[in-house]
Structures are given as structure tokens and as C-alpha cells.
Design a protein around this ligand. Structure first.
Ligand SMILES: Nc1ncnc2c1ncn2[C@@H]1O[C@H](COP(=O)(O)OP(=O)(O)OP(=O)(O)O)[C@@H](O)[C@H]1O
Ligand SMILES: [Mg+2]
Length: 259
């Protein structure tokens, strides 16, 4: 375990005062996040607290009503009512998302799923993209699955394809939304092992997870959200072992002692 102090790493992403409502329901109230290069931030919190919405806002899949997102200390994308997808487009080029339910295209083979983004969105050279995709698939133990369809794979294998698909985009930031929560328990380990290797390699990531033991192992910082606000944040050992806020205490206790 090598936790680094979030204060010391060069910032890769800074999100300030993110706000998002769906109709009358304010789902994100004023979210600030600072992620250093090479750091892993684990985002935890009860169902409905806004975790997925945060990831979607960072990725430009959702347009916040207010706030700013900046990468590498570069110019911030500032949001206001009326901000368009086009204005947030730059965010889509910086991060890649790994979804809870894999979201693979069912009518495409494993390889086609992986090369789709680099070819269609990034307009990169086909031969180069295929070579990279094959090497990434080999890395996660799926070289021989390249011509199979998602339905022919186990959930754990599909999720490893989901991770390869994100890596193939060469993003600066990986966003994982409960990547193992749809998996049978015996398949969880294979996926967590891949995520741990990526963290050890220095990938910067935001990981939404209910696997607290894993979060303690890989994260440099844990952020606990409830009802659209960050309630508590800090070093994993501190947030998980000696949480300060009553809501954090209850949440962590419930997850660690489910019965
Ligand atoms: N597109 C949408 N339209 C309306 N409401 C939405 C939409 N997306 C999310 N919400 C609402 O926003 C709130 C936060 O949702 P979000 O998915 O971010 O929570 P979460 O923390 O990821 O929960 P979970 O742990 O169950 O995945 C929920 O009340 C949800 O119903
Ligand atoms: Mg969610």
C-alpha cells in the first residue's frame, strides 16, 4: 500500500462547486474535488447520494448546472444553465468511464468494442489501434476472446473488456462506477486485480465502490458523499477506521457489519 498525500501530487483534475438538479431535485449541491496525477480517489456513499452523477459530470456525459472542471491546471470548463454538450466536449477527451453493467455493444465482437472509440471518435490509424487493443486484451488475459461477442463472455470477462475499452482511449483519468457490483462474487477478484495493477502503474482514477477493503487498499483518498454533498474526506485509514461525521460512521459501520 503506498498512499501519497493528495496535497503533494500535481493536480490532474480540479472540480469546483459542481451543482446538478433533475427537475426539483438537487442531486449535487456543491461538490469540490481535487485529484493529483497518479492518485486514486474512492468515492463512497449511500444509494442515491449522487456518486454516478459526479462521474457523469466529470466525463461530460451530464452537464452540471453550475461549477467548473479543469484538467492539468488548464482552462476550466465553466457550467451554467444552457451550457451545451459541445462546450463540455473537451471533458470527453480526457477521461474514460467503466460502467457497472459493462455497456458493451452486444452486436460487436470484443475487438470491435475496444477499437470503436479510437477509430470513430479519435480517428486513429486502424492497424495501430488493433495492435494496441490486442496487447491490452492479452494483458487482462482475454487475447483469445477477441472475436467473441459479449454474451459469450462471463461478467468478469465483459468487465475486463470494459476496462480495456477505456484504456484504449488513452485517457488521463479513468472513472469506475461500481465496476464489480454486478458480478458474481467469485468473479470480483479478477476485476479488482486489474484495477489494482492500473493503480500501481500510476493511472489516475476515481473509483465509485462499495468494496471498502479494496478502497482502503488502493485509494489515496476516500470521499464520502451523502445527499449531494461531500460529508467527509481524507486518508482511507482515517475515514474508514475513525470517521468523524455521524453519517460516515453509520455508513461505514453498516457496510462493514451487514448483519
Ligand atoms: N437522469 C436522471 N433524471 C432524474 N433523476 C436522476 C437522473 N439521474 C440520477 N437521478 C437521481 O439523482 C440521484 C442521484 O443519483 P446517482 O445515480 O448519482 O446516485 P448514486 O450515488 O450513484 O446511487 P447508487 O449507489 O444507487 O448508484 C438519485 O435520486 C437519482 O434518482
Ligand atoms: Mg450509482
Amino acid at each position: 500500500m503506498s498512499h501519497t498525500d493528495p496535497g503533494n501530487a500535481r493536480p490532474l483534475l480540479r472540480a469546483t462547486d459542481l451543482q446538478k438538479s433533475f427537475g426539483e431535485h438537487q442531486v449535487l449541491k456543491s461538490i469540490d474535488l481535487l485529484i493529483g496525477k497518479g492518485q486514486v480517489l474512492a468515492l463512497i456513499g449511500p444509494s442515491g447520494s449522487g456518486k454516478t452523477t459526479v462521474l457523469r459530470c466529470l466525463n461530460g456525459l451530464e452537464i452540471p448546472d453550475g461549477g467548473e472542471v479543469a484538467f492539468d491546471g488548464g482552462p476550466a470548463v465553466a457550467f451554467a444553465p444552457g451550457t451545451t454538450q459541445k462546450q463540455a466536449q473537451v471533458l470527453r477527451t480526457r477521461s474514460a468511464m467503466v460502467f457497472q453493467n459493462y455497456n458493451l455493444f452486444p452486436h460487436m465482437t470484443v475487438l470491435e468494442n475496444v477499437i470503436e472509440g479510437p477509430l470513430q471518435v479519435q480517428r486513429r490509424k486502424r492497424a495501430e489501434v488493433i495492435a494496441e487493443a490486442e496487447s491490452l486484451l492479452a494483458r487482462v488475459g482475454l487475447a483469445e476472446k477477441r472475436d467473441q461477442y459479449p454474451h459469450q463472455l462471463s461478467g468478469g470477462q465483459q468487465q475486463r473488456v470494459g476496462i480495456v475499452r477505456a484504456l484504449a482511449l488513452k485517457p488521463s483519468l479513468l472513472l469506475f462506477d461500481e465496476p464489480t457490483s454486478a458480478l458474481d462474487p467469485e468473479l470480483v477478484g479478477d476485476v479488482l486485480r486489474v484495477i489494482k495493477e492500473l493503480a500501481d502503474e500510476g493511472w489516475t482514477m476515481v473509483l465509485v465502490t462499495h468494496e471498502l477493503a479494496f478502497a482502503r487498499e488502493v485509494a489515496d483518498e476516500i470521499v464520502f458523499m451523502d445527499q449531494g454533498v461531500v460529508v467527509e474526506r481524507g486518508h482511507p485509514e482515517v475515514v474508514l477506521r475513525t470517521p468523524q461525521n455521524e453519517r460516515t460512521k453509520q455508513f461505514v459501520h453498516r457496510l462493514l457489519n451487514p448483519f
